[in-house]
Design a binder for this molecule. Structure first.
Ligand code: GDP
Ligand code: IMO
Ligand code: MG
Length: 425
């Protein structure tokens, strides 16, 4: 397996964690390149379930290097909490490095996230309230604080002083919130700094050297294409770049160093948070998918909205990320249905469109055009492609055709051995 990106090709929660853990077996290095602990990646190994947020899903393999790249925003408290949970379960983390260029999340970021959402009222985005957006805002405003700053006591003390003054003023004037004590935040973060120090590295060098040494590097996307800041359903998006292009900036390598990009998609579609969703099912079928697929958010516990597979979206994701393959998960969840549907295009103002529109107002007007397929029975124990039910193979072949992308991997359950590899990496 050369270097490969695992990209969410819908609205997140496609099963990137499971896929990353599975493919780590063949990789040497696993890298997160964007997002933060807004992500929730569930990995199941034997009878154990692990919920990873900031730490790459390769961490369960003790002999592989795991990296949190500069494009990620790191909440030190959340990071250390995750480390502790892993240690409590005897998972070592000496194979984990975090970028000295990554920006850190401070208490005011989380508070601003939370209060801004309240202030938006019914126009809220439905964020995870982890402070992700406000931390990326500071990064682009050029007032963010990075891991390398946190490592230098004086530099951190000064940057924090400048920031906390502005943030407290903002919190007070806009939200009537008292703000934070400089001394308390300083003391707390200086303690975090010492706990973080052993993990800190110039991770771009590590990634570059690994690729140069012909090591196999896996880039684990968080969120999904439709949550991308530029390509998603703006403003109902996250504040980073989950698309394959995000790897170059978020891990610090050039595009010529990435050979493959696999888009992970569910056999249907889900979304948490607000925003238009053309194939959403508001009926008992949507509820059945939610119950069968246990579609409740890992991070916030919110019920995920469910709908049929939307080929317009996945074709769009394939184009934006130059996908070389698709990984289709949760084929077991929609087993047992009499009929299943695929959205092949949208109808808007009596016109048929097949390219995903920029305007969410247009998207909200789009009526899905469906093709219907006969369903299939339980597939959760099938381990070979040729043993899959004919109806399912028809469904998959149509997806390949519509999305103009080959399927390289299938998933029929949350566990490692519930995976069917079609194209070896
Ligand atoms: P991620 O954010 O993309 O990593 O996805 P999540 O972990 O948030 O959500 C995917 C959920 O589906 C997790 O609970 C996985 O354990 C589970 N899962 C992954 N693949 C399959 C599959 O093929 N079948 C079933 N039934 N569950 C799966
Ligand atoms: P994984 O990696 C699904 C959604 C939130 C909200 C929007 C903005 O598990 O696929 P944010 O807190 O990022 O500012 O919220 O993005 N969101 C996700 N939805 N999966 C995720 O991650 C998500 N991370 C953020 O629900 O709609
Ligand atoms: Mg998730």
């Amino acid at each position: 397996m050369p270097s490969m990106v695992i990209v969410g090709a819908q609205w997140g929660d496609e099963g990137k964690g499971k896929l990353t853990d599975y493919l780590t077996n063949k990789a040497d290095v696993v890298v997160r390149y964007q997002g933060g602990n807004n992500a929730g990646h569930t990995v199941e190994v034997d009878d154990q379930q692990y919920k990873l947020q900031l730490i790459p899903s390769g961490i369960l393999h003790a002999d592989k290097l795991n990296i949190i790249g500069n494009g990620v925003v790191i909440d030190p408290e959340a990071f250390l909490g995750e480390i502790k949970k892993l240690h409590d379960r005897d998972i070592p983390t000496s194979n984990l490095k975090i970028s000295d260029r990554a920006h850190i999340i401070l208490p005011y970021h989380k508070k601003i996230d939370e209060l801004s959402e309240i202030r938006r009222g019914s126009n809220d985005i439905g964020t995870t309230k982890k402070g992700i957006g406000p931390a990326y805002m500071d990064k682009t405003e050029r007032i963010g604080i990075r891991v390398c700053d946190l490592m230098k006591k004086d530099v951190f003390a000064e940057r924090l002083k400048q920031n906390i003054e502005i943030k407290n003023q903002y919190l007070k004037e806009i939200f009537g919130f008292e703000g934070y004590s400089y001394d308390e935040v300083l003391e707390k973060y200086l303690q975090y700094a010492e706990q973080l120090r052993p993990y800190v590295a110039d991770t771009s060098v590590l990634v570059y050297n690994s690729i140069k040494a012909n090591k196999r590097v896996l880039f684990e996307g968080a969120q999904g294409t439709l949550l991308d800041l530029d390509y998603g359903t703006y403003p109902y998006v996250t504040s980073s770049h989950p698309v394959a292009g995000g790897v170059c900036v978020g891990a610090g390598i050039g595009p010529s160093m990435i050979q493959k990009a696999v888009g992970v998609v569910k056999a249907y579609t889900t979304r948490v948070g607000k925003g238009p969703f053309p194939t959403e099912l508001h009926d008992s079928t949507g509820e059945l998918i939610r119950q069968k697929g246990f579609e409740f958010g890992t991070v916030t516990g919110r019920a995920r909205r469910c709908g049929w597979f939307d080929a317009v979206i996945v074709r769009y994701a394939a184009r934006i990320s130059g996908l070389t393959g698709l990984a289709i998960t949760k084929l077991d969840t929609i087993a047992g249905f009499d009929k299943v549907k695929i959205c092949v295009g949208y109808k808007i103002n009596n016109e048929i469109i097949r390219d995903f529109p920029a305007s969410i107002e247009d998207l909200a007007e789009c009526e899905p055009i469906y093709e219907e397929f006969n369903g299939w029975e339980d597939v959760s124990n099938i381990t070979e492609y040729k043993k899959l039910p004919t109806n399912l193979i028809r469904y998959l072949e149509r997806i390949e055709e519509l999305c103009e992308t080959r399927i390289s991997i299938l998933s029929v359950g949350p566990k490692r051995d519930q995976t069917i590899v079609i194209e070896e990496f």
